[in-house]
Design a protein around this ligand. Structure first.
Ligand SMILES: [Zn+2]
Length: 539
């Protein structure tokens, strides 16, 4: 098949053919018209949006035999030489491979000589952000005092990496990413000219995969045509490009609605086994969430979404299962995942873990509801504190069991009441206590002593054994630096009906689980925050 690479064949040769950069074209053609061509331009923007193409058209326009003209003739020998990259006065340099100071010095040497044939000597430096700092510095002097009739055109995908000193000496143009529609239209035009039958959905899929880059979209079209021949049918794009179809996405969202983590992982594995690209899938999934959000927010989603690629009915039904903020949270997770996957050698696992995080996303709670909850908690706390004060001994079934029952011997307490340390101390002496202690609750622990509550009478009995209780008393003494009263209680928490309802509810409030007496770990604090506010941990 004699199909030439679309990107090269369809590269615009005139300003009028450039797509999507009208603002730049207007400024440049005006500069030519009024003889105000700058000696340095900087073109920035994402890949495949026409930076180098524009640089070449500009080179042709100002060097054209019938120019300088706002549009090159594209016929004369200069235009042809520039087009084929053979013009002696127009040098294209790849900043990525010629990034050292030596290369820049060589370049500057040649600048001193006048153009040999053309009107202007033009240096197009692509990926200029790759130049080393010293190379930039060498360039700087030339930019400050440029020889006449020399034009620099720098192109970069990373504007932020260009030193300020260079920026301030250039006319800067930001190239916009091409819109989905612009790319589709161009693909349609190419297919028409090349006599290729392609259904609209296929071209939409290709444009979507190209993400704003015309060059990428055209290369993808080449791939598809190489595979399908003159007729590009539905489904073939998905097969060639390794993307998943709409139906797969719909099923995936259904699993998500059911919070079915296992189902999601199974589907990911199936997609991977079929050789589909998980990066594309992740991006498509993020886009699908955006569709769901649009359907949720808009009365007329068909104005925003292309009914051609979306099934609005299904979207509307699925959108009901989510809160808008859940969709936004999920989108954020996926957006980060996509870039993480590109860097990671374990892309599938990164993706799987993120998808499982989506299952845990919960809606944010409204701030006024939160305030109400906090106020209610505060009221609860106050009333329970009051009833404790009223009843000096809120625990009804007091079974003072300590044989020592010792009060303070007068030594100052030089350690805090660190129940965790005491547990460690006890288990160090008697490892089997680990199980007993896990079943007890610290009722109180202060200057007046330590009170422990047990739900299970058998466990209580074990600890009450004189030998065992001595272990506890000794551990308390070691940690607190003095002998203290240790009291054990049978706590009725498991069976509140067994005792008076009032005292019992008070008791529950005083009781502290031993885990809560120590400082919470970061993970626990985060979990608490998630319980209160909803949401998901993104990283
Ligand atoms: Zn010409």
């Amino acid at each position: 098949m004699d199909f030439q690479v679309s990107a090269r064949k369809w590269r615009p040769q005139k300003f009028g053919e450039l797509i999507g950069q009208e603002h730049i074209v207007r400024t440049l053609t005006n500069a030519i018209k009024f003889d105000r061509v700058s000696h340095a331009y900087l073109f920035s923007g994402t890949r495949g949006v026409g930076k180098t193409t524009t640089a070449r058209i500009l080179a042709k326009a100002i060097n054209c035999e019938s120019g300088p003209a706002t549009e090159p003739c594209d016929q004369c020998s200069f235009c042809n030489e520039i087009k084929s990259g053979n013009c002696i006065d127009v040098r294209e340099i790849d900043g990525a491979s010629n990034n050292g100071v030596a290369e820049v010095r060589d370049l500057i040497e040649t600048i001193q000589y006048a153009a040999s044939a053309c009107r202007y000597k033009i240096y197009i430096i692509d990926e200029v952000h790759m130049l080393s700092r010293s190379a930039f510095n060498a360039l700087l002097k030339t930019l400050e005092e440029p020889p006449p009739n020399v034009v620099f055109i720098f192109a970069t995908t990373e504007l932020s990496k260009i030193p300020e000193t260079i920026l301030s000496r250039c006319q800067c143009f930001e190239f916009k990413p091409l819109s989905h529609k612009q790319i589709v239209q161009q693909l349609e035009l190419i297919c028409e000219q090349e006599n290729i039958q392609a259904d609209g959905l296929s071209l939409e899929e290709i444009a979507k995969t190209g993400t704003g880059s015309m060059r990428d979209a055209q290369s993808l079209l080449d791939q598809v045509i190489a595979y399908c021949g003159k007729t590009v049918g539905a489904g073939s794009v998905e097969e060639v490009l390794g993307i998943v179809g709409r139906q797969t996405l719909e099923t995936f969202i259904d699993h998500l609605i059911q919070r079915d983590g296992a189902g999601l992982i199974e589907q990911i594995q199936k997609i991977a086994t079929e050789g589909k690209d998980l990066n594309f899938f992740c991006r498509d999934l993020a886009e699908y969430l955006r569709h769901l959000l649009m359907v949720k927010l808009s009365d007329k989603p068909e104005r925003i979404l292309d009914a051609h690629i979306c099934n609005l009915e299904i979207l509307q039904k699925q959108a009901e299962a989510f809160h808008a903020d859940e969709l936004q949270q999920m989108f954020t997770v996926l957006a980060r995942t996509e870039s993480e996957m590109k860097r990671s050698p374990m892309a599938q696992m990164v993706f799987e873990m993120s998808v499982l995080r989506l299952v845990d996303v919960r809606p944010f709670q409204k701030i006024d509801e939160m305030i109400q909850k906090v106020n209610a908690m505060e009221r609860d706390n106050k009333s329970s504190a009051g009833s404790i004060a009223e009843s000096p001994n809120p625990v009804s079934e007091t079974l003072p069991a300590s044989p020592a029952g010792l009060s303070s011997l007068g030594n100052p307490v030089d350690s805090s009441f660190d129940w965790d340390r005491i547990c460690q101390e006890i288990c160090g002496r008697k490892p089997m206590f680990d199980h007993y202690l896990s079943q007890c609750k610290v009722l109180s622990f202060n200057e007046s002593g330590l009170s422990l509550g047990f739900a299970d009478p058998v466990t209580l009995e074990r600890i009450q054994d004189p030998e065992n209780i001595q272990v506890v008393i000794d551990a308390v003494k070691t940690v607190c630096g003095r002998e203290m009263k240790v009291e054990l209680f049978l706590n009725e928490n498991k069976n509140p009906q067994a005792s008076g309802a009032d005292t019992n509810s008070d008791k529950k409030k005083v009781m502290m689980h031993r885990n809560e007496s120590r400082q919470k770990t970061e993970a626990e604090i985060i979990q608490d925050a998630l319980d209160v506010f909803g949401g998901v941990v993104i990283r």
